[in-house]
Design a protein around this ligand. Sequence first.
Ligand code: SF4
Length: 367
Amino acid sequence: DLPLPAVPPAPARRSSRQIHVAGVPVGGDAPVSVQSMTTTPTADVDATLQQIAELTAAGCEIVRVAVPSQDDADALPAIAAKSKIPVVADIHFQPRYVFAALDAGCAAVRVNPGNIKAFDDKVKEIATAAAAAGVPIRIGVNAGSLDRRLLAKYGKATPEALTESALWECSLFEEHGFTDLKISVKHHDPMTMVAAYRHLAAACDYPLHLGVTEAGPPPQGTVKSATAFAILLNEGIGDTIRVSLTAPPVEEVKTGLQILQSLGLRARRLEIVSCPSCGRAQVDVYSLTERVTAALDGFPHPLRVAVMGCVVNGPGEAREADLGVASGNGKGQIFAKGEVVRTVPESKIVDALVEEAMRLGEQLALE
Ligand code: SF4
């Protein structure tokens, strides 16, 4: 027996204060929540609600809508009333849209008081109105829109500049006694973003909304967000996440959930363990995996399904999973809970896996 060196324990979760975005707690001991943002014109109520419904079905827990015009502000009451998940109004510069969002029943508002400071005592009015409505505010600092004063001081959007900007924005509300806040400090570079959140985590106890901004299309955007979120969440930093992708927002939600699942912060539902294929493969593993994934999409129970391309390494992995197939010689050996339950022709593999999944699902439902 070789003695293994002791491994230091993972850092504890940062102790943040808890806020409530309607029924979704953020911070403290609340699970890390997944957010996204609609891409429809907010004024198009039907299209926006349709997209929110798709996001909700994918597992989104908080949704943000942009409010750049009066027409968008006018759409907020219908959207907030009909959405099944809390709606956050994203507002720049226009205090009157903030009041409209509060009146509309939005669950939170994203607004930077630095942008509206010029509007006399509107910051105080917003603080008072948001406090009366019990609505939290997210301060969102982005590298691209950093305050000119801080750009001059730091030369560019450094982690320190982003952090100082966020804390200054918070102070504009704090001076009116309003602290129902969460903060984001986004940058397109994952390591700059990580450094900014580390500074922020040390400097305050507000809950933190993680995001790598302008991360780009998948796979680049997916990898950037996963890299940054994994580092921070593993250090106990981060209370809610939004994966920004140049892709339909449902992809952001799926990616966010997968990041949390990979970090052990969320229970898995469907997990496909598929081999990368190699010269031994006796089946088209890519297409088989795609068809199995599509056929089991939305399966309501946790299930690990192995899709293996040959009978050399396949049976071992297939046996370890809840369900699996090892393919070879035009056939598929179907495994359920470690046992071979049947052997089917290649054309029947997907159907057989779905049938076995249903059977396992029924058993799980009875347990
Ligand atoms: Fe290759 Fe078989 Fe391993 Fe798939 S399971 S990668 S086909 S050896």
